[in-house]
Structures are given as C-alpha cells and as structure tokens.
Design a protein around this ligand. Structure first.
Ligand code: FAD
Length: 482
C-alpha cells in the first residue's frame, strides 16, 4: 500500500496538456510527459482497499493496487511485470482508455480518484526507456499454425499470446498498415503511431508474421485460410458505419467520419491520400455524433484550420455528475469534455437533422429540429418528440457523420463461410470465442460490436487461451477470471 492516508496528503495530478496554440499547430500527442517522481507520489494515494473496485472496473482485471504500491516504492521492474501479466499493451490503454478503473476507484466517491491511467502510462514508458521490453520468445515451437484476420488491438493481443505459447502466427491485414483503428482511425494527437510500431517490432521478433494488403474474403477466401492453418481468429472490427439516410444525403461535402480520419492519418503518416480529398481547411464544419469518433473529428478539423466547428448530438446533454441511477462504482454516463472540445467547438444536444440542402451538388445547410426527451422509464428508456416550431438551419461546408458503427461488414469472408451472426449483427461466438465454423474463433469489436481498446485486448487474450486449448488440449495462457 502507498502511504496511510496518502490520499489526504497528496492531490490527484495527471499530465497537463500542451498549450492550446502549440498543440493546434501540430499532430503530436496533446499531453506532456509526466516525470516519474511526480507519478510515484500519485501511487501513494492508493488506499489498497479491502475490495479493490478498480480491479473490478477494469475489463482486463489489471492488478492495480499492487502496481500502484510498486511505483510508489520505485519498484518499476516489478510494476511492469505485474501490469504485463494482464495487459499486453499498456502503452495504448495508458493513453486512450477512458479508464473505467478510475470511475470505480473508491476515492472517486468524491471524484478525486487515483491517477491510475497516468501511473500505467509511466510504468510502460519507464520500461521502454530502460530497455526492458524485449522479445519473449516461446521456449518450444508447437508446430501449429494460426491465422489472425485483422490487426487491431484484439488481433494483436491474440497473436502475441499465441506466439508466446509457441504457435506459428500470421496476422492478415487488408490495410497497408498494421494496428487497426489504432493506426488508421485514432489521430496522432491522441496516440502517435511510433507507439504502435515499437510494439509491432517486439511481436515480429517474437515470430509473429504480418501480412498487409491481404483482404481475407477477397484476396484469399476464409475457407482457404482454414485449410492452410490449424485455427483462425476473426478480429476484423465493426466498421459498418451508421448512416443518416435523410433527403440531401447524396450532396457532396457529407462524409463518414472514418473516411475523414483515415485520410488525415495517411497524411500524417506521409502515405499519400487516396480518393477524394476531404479537408476542413477554411470550412464551416458540422460533426453529427457526440462520441469519441466525433470528438476526434473536432480535433482534426481544428488542426486543419476549420473556420468553425459545431458538434451536434441527438441525445440530451448528459448530467454533470453522477445520479442515483448511475451510482459509484458503475460507469456513469456523465458529460465528458475532451482535449479536442477544449480546442474550440460549439456543442449542442437534443437535435435531430431532418434534411440537407445545398446548391450545385454541394451541401450548404442542415435543417434541424429541437427534441424533447421524456424522463427515463423503469428500463431507462426515454422517448423523444420534436418540439413544434423549433426548426432552424445551420450552415455547413463539411458534414462529418460520426454516429457510431452498427456491426462488422457482413459481405466477404463472413458471408462466404456462413459465419453465424447474433441479433445485433455481430459474429456470434460461444463462451470459448468459437464461431459456428469449426476451428474459427472471433474476438474484439467483430464479436462484441463497437467498443473500446481495453475490451479488444481482453477479447484477444481470452480468444488466444481458447485457441491454444483447442490446438493443444489445455493452455497455460491466462484468463481474466481464473
Ligand atoms: C475514431 C475512433 C476513435 C476511437 N477512440 C477510442 C479511444 O479513445 N479509446 C478507446 O478505448 N477506444 C476508442 N475507439 C474504439 C477502438 O478503437 C476499437 O474498439 C478497437 O480498435 C477495436 O479493436 P479490434 O481489434 O476489434 O478492431 P479494429 O481496431 O477495428 O481492427 C480491425 C482490423 O481488421 C481489418 N480487417 C477487417 N476485415 C478484414 C479482412 N476481411 N481481411 C483482412 N483484414 C481485415 C481492418 O482493416 C482493421 O485493421 C475509437 C474508435 C474510433 C473509430
């Protein structure tokens, strides 16, 4: 445990953001690094509660109180060993996880939780700086071959675990870069891409083979893959974007958020853009959708030099703090303001877009109406009604649709082999992550629907355990609740 009553002695502190003008002028991480000695003080705030709710709140089951204490005592090497025991990629979650662990930290009852995510980030960065992150090569090869389709955090976690169990693992990625949404969706100002690359280097040295530009279901059929490999893990994400099929949708200047963000990631990565150029430079931008993807569009548009950025959301404005319905230690649906919002953005809630209009084929206006939301019923459902006479228009030169993703893309490999889907359109898999096709498993957003990096890593790890068991009869790879 840190220090008795350390939480009374020391205040919560996390890395500050770089000054606004400076960060808007580049694509680098918005956050400054935080010196280790200041982070050690944060470790002292952990109370080592009898029931560590942070551990319960973390999907990966990170053993947080232990590494908080190790950091406080300067036992950085022990800390990274403990952290890596449950999380393959703390450098990703330490940067971009919304940190459900902090929401369930006991200190968060008064909203000053231990700075768990910051401590996690310093542990892994300290370990990289010390040269402790070296390949962990399996002692003995098993001679079994596994194909992983998709190189997002789920596919990467699955591949790393299986390679460390001695299997011959090949990751197939249709894109030209490895990393899934970490590389092609999430902007550099949230996570710079060298952070992904150094982990890929470790995995390559551990024997994982990466094949880019291979679209399974088009270049190679899933059936062929099944015959070439002893097991297959489908980790293709959930990339079918939710559309807004209203009059005027066909006008130019209206794009899916992912097309926009992926293009900017290509620019930053100096890979050259493909297709129509989408830029916010000098434009009035409206982002439809109030989540993470929408926020990333706001940050990107401001860096590109947008004239103004407005973000609108159908749902009502969230509460500023927890209510009884979302009591601690559960994840609360409260108002969140990202670094991108701080950089300049008008935010509006309870608005529906009825149609787009424009001239010469280009969008110029959104026609909006205000919504009234009923109080939630016993199941938490609210009903919306349009407020009579509240119609108005908003001018826009660029509209970005960031309304989430409905499910994985259904054509191609899933259709070819008749992979069964669940009622939400995601790949149906059993508790052992097995699909209805023998030897084919599924993990990450492709199985659970649009989610978070931390869940994708967990799913990849758990699927790896079950694939290993399928191939070898048993497995030493850990499960979360063993
Ligand atoms: C813009 C944006 C911002 C986000 N921000 C955050 C955040 O801040 N924090 C957070 O925790 N989560 C965030 N998320 C969610 C998070 O990125 C995802 O939950 C996570 O990446 C899912 O991982 P995955 O491995 O399941 O799938 P993905 O990361 O989607 O990777 C799937 C990969 O499979 C490839 N693929 C698909 N089909 C095939 C095929 N047939 N053949 C070969 N390759 C294929 C795809 O090209 C892709 O590279 C964000 C998502 C978006 C879109």
């Amino acid at each position: 445990m840190g220090e008795i009553a350390g939480f009374k002695q020391f205040d919560r502190e996390v890395a500050p953001y770089r000054p606004l003008e400076e960060r808007l002028a580049d694509w680098r991480d918005v956050a400054e690094p935080m010196p280790d000695d200041r982070v050690q003080v944060q470790g002292a705030r952990c109370m080592d509660c009898a029931v560590p709710f942070c551990h319960w709140g973390c999907p990966l089951g990170n053993i947080i109180p232990d590494w908080n204490d190790m950091v406080y005592r300067g036992r950085w090497r022990d800390a990274i060993e403990t952290l890596h025991a449950t999380n393959n990629f703390p450098e990703f979650t330490g940067r971009i996880c919304p940190a459900p662990c902090e929401e369930s930290c006991v200190l968060n009852i008064d909203e000053r939780p231990v700075a768990i995510r910051q401590i996690e980030l310093n542990i892994i960065e300290h370990a990289f700086a010390e040269g402790w992150i070296t390949p962990r090569i399996a002692p003995e090869p098993t001679g079994k071959k596994v194909a992983v389709v998709g190189s997002g955090p789920a596919g990467l976690a699955c591949a790393q675990q299986l390679a460390r169990a001695g299997h011959d693992v090949t990751v197939f990625e249709r894109d030209e870069v490895i990393g899934g949404l970490l590389s092609i969706g999430i902007p550099d100002f949230k996570m710079e891409k060298h952070v992904v690359q150094r982990r890929l280097d470790q995995m390559a040295a551990e024997g994982v083979i990466f094949k880019t530009g291979v679209h399974i279901g088009i270049d190679v059929s899933l059936d062929e893959l099944r015959h070439l490999f002893d097991a297959v893990c489908l980790a293709g994400g959930a990339r079918q974007a939710r559309d807004l099929l209203i009059p005027g949708r066909e006008l130019s200047g209206i794009h899916f958020a992912m097309d926009y963000l992926a293009q900017q990631n290509r620019r930053v990565g100096e890979r050259g853009i493909v297709g129509e150029e989408i830029t916010a430079r000098g434009k009035r931008v409206v982002v439809i959708g109030g989540g993470d993807t929408g926020s990333d569009c706001v940050g990107t548009a401001n860096r590109q030099g947008a004239a103004e950025v407005i973000q609108i959301e159908l749902l009502p404005r969230p509460a500023l703090s927890r209510s009884e319905e979302m009591a601690w230690p559960h994840w609360p649906m409260v108002m969140r303001t990202s670094s991108s919002h701080e950089e300049g953005c008008e935010r509006h809630w309870s608005l529906a877009t009825k149609r787009f209009t424009g001239s010469e084929g280009r969008v110029e206006k959104l026609h909006m109406v205000r919504l009234d939301w009923s109080e939630p019923d016993e199941q938490g459902r609210r009903v919306m009604t349009e407020v009579k006479g509240s119609e108005f228009t908003v001018d826009a030169d660029l509209v970005l649709l960031a309304m989430g993703f409905v499910h994985p893309e259904h054509g191609g490999m899933l259709e070819q082999l008749g992979v069964e889907l669940d009622e939400r359109g995601n790949v149906r898999a059993s508790k052992t992550y097995a699909t209805n096709i023998p030897g084919v498993f599924a993990a990450g957003d492709m199985r659970r629907g649009q989610s978070l990096v931390v869940w994708a890593i967990l799913e990849g790890r758990e699927a790896a355990h079950h694939i290993d068991t399928h191939l070898m009869g048993n497995s030493d790879l850990p499960l979360r609740d063993q």
